[in-house]
Design a protein. Structure first.
Length: 157
């Protein structure tokens, strides 16, 4: 798996944040390229973390933070449990759908716009939500890097 470099975005804050978030999303999905369902379900750790779980977890996180907490929508959140019928293709498609919906909502709002339903006393702006998703996605893409290397020795972002 050839290593991909992050984009060198020179635009404004929104362009930089969203480009880096998209890069991390793509890095995560590349970890599923060429992996069969059994390998994608495999977990070497007691928590059950697998490639499929990471992608399902992040699909849920995207919609939870952007659609529910930021936009205040009554959106049904995807299940992050890996089920018997889940495939690499179906989980990837679910993630792509979740990120596309999040991107629509992000594009339609200002970075200073506050979350409608965030736990806690202090309202958080969309800027924080996008930065949080970038950090979470990068963190879990790193987990996926390690899992993929353990599965078949493939490395690279």
């Amino acid at each position: 798996m050839p290593d991909q470099r992050p984009p060198r975005v020179t635009g404004g804050e929104r362009a930089v944040l969203t480009a880096l978030l998209q890069f991390q999303r793509e890095s995560l999905l590349r970890k599923l390229d060429g992996v069969d369902a059994a390998a994608a379900r495999w977990s070497p750790v007691g928590t059950g973390t697998s490639l499929l779980w990471l992608v399902k977890h992040l699909a849920r996180a995207e919609l939870l933070w952007v659609a529910v907490r930021f936009a205040g929508l009554d959106t049904e959140l995807p299940d992050e449990t890996v089920h018997h019928g889940d495939t690499v293709e179906s989980v990837s498609a679910g993630y792509r759908a979740a990120t596309a919906r999040a991107d629509e909502l992000i594009a339609a709002a200002g970075l200073d716009d506050p979350c409608q339903r965030v736990p806690g006393d202090e309202p958080l702006p969309l800027r924080w939500v996008v930065a949080h998703l970038l950090a979470e996605t990068a963190r879990h893409a790193g987990h996926a890097d390690i899992l993929r290397e353990l599965i078949d020795g493939s490395t690279g972002r």
